[in-house]
Ligand binder design. Sequence first.
Ligand code: BES
Ligand code: ZN
Ligand code: ZN
Length: 503
Amino acid sequence: MDIQATAQAVQEVQADALIVAARKTGKDEHRVQLSATATALDGTLNSLISELSMDGEFKGGLGEMLTVHTMGRMATKRVIVVGLGAQDKITTQSIRRASAIAARHAQNTGAHHVALALTWNGANTDGAQEVQAQVEGALLGLYTFRMYRSENSNEKEVSRLTLLTKNNTDKAEAEHAIEQGRILAEATNFARNLVNEPPNVLTPRELANRASSMAKQFGLECEVFDKAKIAELGMGGLLGVSQGSAEPPRFIVMRYRGGDANEKGMALVGKGITFDTGGISIKPAATMDEMKGDMGGAAAVLGAMQAIAGLKPNINVTGLVPTCENMPSGTAYRPGDILRIMNGKTIEIVNTDAEGRLILADALSYAAKEGLSPIVDLATLTGAIVVALGNTTTGLFSNDQLLTDEIIAAGRVEGEKFWPMPMDEEYGDAIKSDIADIKQTGGRAASSISAAKILEHFVGDAKWAHLDIAGTSYVDSKKPYQEKGATGVGVRTLAELAKRLSR
Ligand code: BES
Ligand code: ZN
Ligand code: ZN
């Protein structure tokens, strides 16, 4: 994607579609208020935009659009006015969303070159943030996964973005913001590709290959452990879950060194189940295909590592990904089995569909043994978190209040929502076993919390947070701002978190 800033006058910008902003107003005002740029265009277009709005065709709600053709009155072919919602609610996230929706609409209606002018004077955002949010929004909104469609054609896609700025000083600042936005959005889309890939292509070995090539391209260190090495390390959870599959497991270790040589740094851990059938405790057929996305945590970690490599914060970050398939077969692990995790603790298996916590237990033990802190893990871990929080908010479980606050704040910057869940001691009662150190599941009540309680056994003294992204990493129907499929949730928040912790 070719992305540039320009200080050209709005009437002179030559694009297939020029996107400008408007906001919703109170009942007794005019229905919409146009941004300064939109007002200038409205003048050139003989008040067409304000007249259409006055007639009620456009009200300025978030993501609402009005398209007008300029019929040769200015350089751009079309103007798309997009609503940012009510003034008091406008944030960088409104701009990111509006940009995604309008850019996507422009792409679907034949535009190749899109110009963006979605700044809003007086919004609770600064100029550079607004530019970054527009770039992120557009790149995220324009994302498609069409590799396997025969009529796939790049001709239909937007290949050029132009960001409008007031003057040359703003333009220089915008260029930096464009790069930041591009790094974050491209890393998110890298993660989305991994999740959207079919499970016959994206096997544990292929996930490790993609991790290695990304690491090479972005200057990160990357090591991949094979089954023999995994066994040598005593990762009984990863071995146990993978033993029903013809595909061997992998354990990916990726390092970014931006801090002092003697600083251990933080760990990012991602669940990498490339397909979750449930194993012997097999899942119903209805939506099993979606379980190709059970490596959304792994994808988020790899995407975050890519973003961090681009943003270069002064901190050391280690990415850890345990990856395998969860299959039923004559060699599969069984309910009743007892597995020994890398840190020596034993887990009594109750339900082979609760596999994520087992492979994470090994990865968290590995992080704790290396002395990494904080440790942040991401996992499509429980169906119960989808029931509790739906598709909009990620469940956050932590043993540290400051880390919780930092993650929520980082998420707010990047337009991702996290909600803290309780971790009181009582929730640990459900996972007591008579014959092993821990029981794998705690029954239906508060099952997202008992899953987190299991993970807590493996983090040692580290500050730790667990993000249950089962509801947020995949959307099962298309939205105005994105197609059906992977969201890439977590990538941008983790990158922003690394930046914050480096200060
Ligand atoms: N991968 C699933 C969780 C999941 C559910 C992810 C829906 C995405 C969407 C996980 O491995 C699982 O099956 N968890 C079980 C645990 C239970 C058996 C204790 C669940 O949540 O039902
Ligand atoms: Zn499962
Ligand atoms: Zn799973």
